[in-house]
Design a protein around this ligand. Structure first.
Ligand SMILES: Cc1cc2nc3c(=O)[nH]c(=O)nc-3n(C[C@H](O)[C@H](O)[C@H](O)COP(=O)(O)OP(=O)(O)OC[C@H]3O[C@@H](n4cnc5c(N)ncnc54)[C@H](O)[C@@H]3O)c2cc1C
Length: 480
């Protein structure tokens, strides 16, 4: 047995979860995620059961000079999958504890939103979850987290109170605004560049019901529906979150006959005011366009996942994203000209309405950037239905077409294309990106956490600026 194999065997004895190399049965299952088009190919995958396993895995990587990757539910693999190193799978690390009086939830690293939504609802509260409740809470939140309640309350990252994180030196730190302010700022937006978060403490909000659902329109009405939707978004209150999506339905029996081989436009609504009495009058201009399907109504937050009805099963997906400013009729034409029926791809594209509270800095600053954007454009194609060689140029054409309206920024959570690595800077305001590289140089100078949307450490010339930023030499022991 060579020394690496002996060390792997020793690690397997220290860790409660599985420790698997590419030769071991179960390796593929352990590294599988929801995104099937790209996978991590680590030298070693550790199925962590808790912070002690994470510490052991990070220490092992440090001893062998290996990079570390982390995987929650693996939706973002198209932008983050890497070769070699140690992959830590957090999917066994689940658990939620709600404090109804403090309106907070403590959430373990691999927990999905649906668990938190369920526990919070019992206390008359809701988390700032996104369109799909099957996403892991921690990666979603660390990258910002744009949710159904975000125009009212802001990004999920704006509502983090504390984090437990294993840093590259193998230490477990309890990070708050007070204990390690620079790391606290950087983790909320800089995601996995500073360590493996083992648990997070989040604010919950007093929301139990929404007025929400979707309106479905025939594809032939796309121009009129997009134009009306865009003017409508300029009139709505901050409690109204919404998006518009066009989807090209495959000609398959799994879909309703009326949709097969055709396009449909869906407007998705999540209205979260304290009193919902004016909801019907607010959506009246959209209803007046003559939807062929209408699911709008009052629903409990526990059913909020039905609003977008994102597919819960894994798939081969290529996606791209851009942040846009105010949009006009010319922008709508530019987008629709690059989509079916005028162009063969993408299969799905959506505009999510930003602004409201998203445009304001949080009470305690963080690294989430691009708060001036008005819309998020996401462009998605299924690789089961088209070759990657057709998909990439089609997506590129769409982003070129909207360039006049682009802010140049992106949201990390939606950065999934082949060139995601080159796009990382665009997720941050320039001064914040510089600060992130400086904090990286303090907490991860060897760039152990580089199999991701990477923020490299600032080089030595930045040393003077980093002097006042030393990490706590005796990390605070997590209270949880
Ligand atoms: C159907 C669908 C709907 C979506 N809807 C929304 C939405 O409404 N709003 C939104 O903001 N985003 C949305 N997203 C994007 C989603 O938030 C990101 O893809 C997110 O990263 C998914 O979490 P995951 O566990 O699948 O990530 P993974 O692919 O497992 O990981 C993503 C990244 O997070 C890092 N990471 C994972 N766990 C940890 C940890 N414990 N500590 C540190 N870093 C970690 C990984 O290193 C990796 O770089 C959606 C994605 C999909 C596929």
């Amino acid at each position: 047995m060579n020394s690496f194999a002996a060390d792997v065997e020793a690690l397997a004895k220290r860790v409660r979860g599985p420790v698997l190399t590419p030769r071991d049965e179960g390796y593929d299952t352990e590294r599988a995620g929801y995104q099937l088009a790209r996978w991590h190919r680590p030298d070693l995958v550790v199925g962590a059961t808790g912070a002690a396993d994470v510490r052991a895995a990070v220490a092992f990587a440090g001893d062998h000079g290996l990079p570390v990757a982390v995987q929650g539910t693996g939706h973002a693999l198209a932008g983050t999958a890497g070769e070699g190193g140690v992959l830590i799978n957090t999917s066994r690390m689940t658990g939620v504890r709600v404090n109804g009086r403090a309106r907070t939830a403590w959430v373990a690293a691999g927990t999905r939103w649906d668990e938190v939504i369920h526990e919070a609802a019992a206390a008359g509260l809701a988390p700032l979850s996104g369109s799909f409740p099957g996403l892991a809470v921690v990666p979603y939140t660390l990258a910002g987290g744009l949710g159904l309640l975000s125009r009212r309350y802001g990004y999920a990252a704006d509502h983090v109170r504390a984090l437990d994180v294993v840093t590259a030196d193998g230490l477990l730190r309890h990070v708050t605004e007070v204990s390690e302010p620079d790391l606290f700022w950087a983790l909320r937006g800089g995601r996995d560049n500073f360590g493996v978060v083992t648990a997070i403490e989040l604010d919950l909000v007093p929301v139990t019901t929404l007025y929400g659902g979707s309106l479905q329109f025939a594809g032939e009405l796309a121009a009129e529906v997009f134009d009306t939707y865009l003017s409508w978004t300029a009139t709505v209150p901050d409690e109204m979150s919404s998006s518009i999506m066009q989807m090209s339905y495959p000609d398959l029996p799994a879909f309703p006959e009326a949709l097969r081989g055709r396009q449909a436009v869906h407007v998705r609504i999540a209205y979260a005011a304290d009193v919902l009495d004016d909801a019907e009058s607010l959506v009246a201009p959209l209803r007046a366009l003559g939807p062929t399907g209408d699911t709008l109504g009052v629903l409990p937050y526990t059913e909020a996942g039905s609003i977008h009805a994102d597919p819960p099963f894994p798939g081969h997906v290529e996606a791209g994203t851009a942040l846009l400013g105010d949009l006009d009729t010319a922008a709508v034409r530019a987008i629709l000209d690059q989509a079916p029926p005028h162009a063969p791809l993408p299969h799905v594209f959506e505009l999510r309405h930003l602004g409201g509270r998203l445009a304001h800095p949080p009470a305690v600053g963080n690294a989430v950037g691009n708060r001036d954007a008005r819309f998020l454009l996401n462009v998605i194609s299924r690789l089961e239905r088209a070759e990657i060689t057709e998909v990439r140029p089609a997506h590129k054409r769409m982003f070129e077409a909207v360039a006049p309206w682009s802010t140049g920024g992106r949201l990390l959570n939606f950065m999934n294309g082949e060139d995601a690595a080159q796009q990382v800077r665009s997720a941050y305001d320039p001064e914040d990106y510089r600060r992130l590289t400086e904090i990286k140089a303090v907490y991860d100078p060897g760039n152990t956490f580089r199999l991701n949307h990477n923020i490299p450490p600032a080089d030595d010339r930045e040393h003077d600026r980093r002097a006042g930023m030393a990490p706590a030499t005796v990390p605070v022991t997590p209270a949880t």
